[in-house]
Design a protein. Structure first.
Length: 420
């Protein structure tokens, strides 16, 4: 959410952001409603003040004057009731438009309607060359008995999977390695609920738009979150932190759930696009300073790159276009990892800076040393998300006999094993 005063003072910047991100929003309607809402609020406040004044007059008036005041008050109350109803209607519509208002994107972001306008900044590492016919991760896992796909689908439907044996241990190793790395950077490991209320989803910007992508549990007024970010923003919603508590750094651990509506034809084989997955999320809550946000964005991105380098995987870093970055993002960089079976890079990480857009929605604030209250800045990036990253490891590190070489950083978590 943007500051209303910013929108009033910079309407063209907001219009440009709406166009760049492809958002269906009438900025002129928002401005008109804001003006009308402020006018109605002033009239209601004035009317309530006058009502209090009339009550004092009534207490001191004689009976004749009281009769006059009663008549005047009845007409006055009808007008006040009408204004309150109008204020409620305009306020509700204004709130709806404010929630749909996009963040102003970074000036360096490519302008384009979708991921086709994304720009590759750099490619790191070299995709492996095999002197044998490589298998994809599904063939590898099934040959070794490391996964159950058909049986899992009988249990849970399409895109279900069950990891077995060494693949479970490899997944645990990946997450343990990521947590240990983040702990060296003073991130606090925290496991968060996957079941969340509607408020934190609105606070992060996942709702109201995007409801069709989220699993809902109507009987309990709960939803299954698609990322730990939802709960991590919600943890401090409505609070005022002290400046000395910043930056807040969390390594959020959670199961994640996504319906993936509209992706039926997009790389859904095996572990590439599933409804349930495990994630360690990097999350930072920092002071409302652009330079501070930029510094943390660079660090979150560098950490994700280090993870992929340590896992000996080739990847590319992408500057995401305005139409691909989402409503609330100021800047977004994706990292795409090489998948031999696809012959291309696929997204495994997404690094986002949102400035105070989420904090305004979630009412997440801090008090600086001179006592001034500010909305905080929030950032997030994947550390590891499995099973997609697991699939990349299987495919890139496979051997001629359908084994998998274990990257050095994971061996301590697997009893020193070099090969699975």
């Amino acid at each position: 959410m943007l500051d209303k005063r910013f929108i009033r003072d910079n309407p063209q910047a907001v219009r440009d952001a709406v166009a760049a991100k492809g958002i269906d929003l009438d900025v002129d309607e928002l401005l008109q409603l804001d003006q009308e809402n402020r006018k109605l609020q002033f009239e209601v406040d004035e009317a309530q003040a006058q009502r209090r004044s009339r009550s004092k007059q009534f207490a001191k008036a004689d009976e004749a004057r009281r009769a006059e005041l009663r008549a005047e008050q009845e007409a006055f109350d009808r007008q006040l009731k009408d204004n309150r109803e109008r204020l409620a209607r305009t306020g509700a519509r204004l709130a709806e438009l404010m929630l749909a208002t996009p963040n102003i994107p970074w000036s360096g972001a490519p302008v384009g309607p979708d991921e086709s306008a994304n720009v590759v900044l750099r490619t790191v590492g070299t995709p492996p060359r095999f002197d044998f016919a490589p298998l994809d991760h599904v063939e590898l896992a099934e040959r070794r008995g490391w996964a159950e796909f058909a049986r899992a689908r009988r249990v849970a439907g399409e895109r279900a999977y069950a990891l077995v044996g060494d693949l479970v241990l490899l997944e645990r190793a990946i997450h343990s390695y990521a947590l240990d790395l983040l702990r060296t950077q003073e991130f606090t490991p925290i496991s968060v609920p996957a079941l969340v209320r509607e408020e934190p989803l609105v606070g992060t910007g996942m709702l109201p738009k995007g409801r069709e992508e989220i699993y809902e549990v109507p009987a309990d007024d709960l939803f299954l979150a698609g990322t730990a970010e939802v709960a991590l923003v919600g943890l401090h919603a409505g609070e005022i932190l002290e400046a000395g508590q910043l930056p807040v750094r969390y390594a959020g651990i959670s199961a994640s759930f996504r319906r993936e509506i509209g992706s039926a034809s997009r790389d859904v084989r095996g572990l590439l696009r599933v409804h349930q997955f495990e994630k360690v999320e990097q999350f930072v809550l920092c002071a409302a300073d652009e330079a501070e946000s930029a510094r943390w964005h660079a660090q979150l991105l560098a950490t994700a790159e280090r993870i992929l380098t340590d896992l000996e995987l080739s990847y590319e870093v992408v500057e995401c276009a305005t139409g691909d970055m989402g409503v609330g993002k100021f800047r977004m960089n994706d990292i795409n990892t090489w998948f031999p079976s696809l012959g291309r890079y696929r997204e495994t990480h997404s690094c986002s800076t949102l400035h105070d857009w989420q904090a305004r929605r979630a009412n997440l604030r801090y008090r600086d040393p001179d006592g001034t209250i500010h909305f905080a800045h929030t950032l997030n990036n994947t550390a590891v998300a499995t099973p997609r990253l697991l699939a990349a490891l299987l495919e890139n590190h496979q051997t001629a006999d359908a084994g998998v070489r274990v990257p050095g950083v994971l061996r301590p978590y697997l009893g020193g094993r070099e090969l699975l």
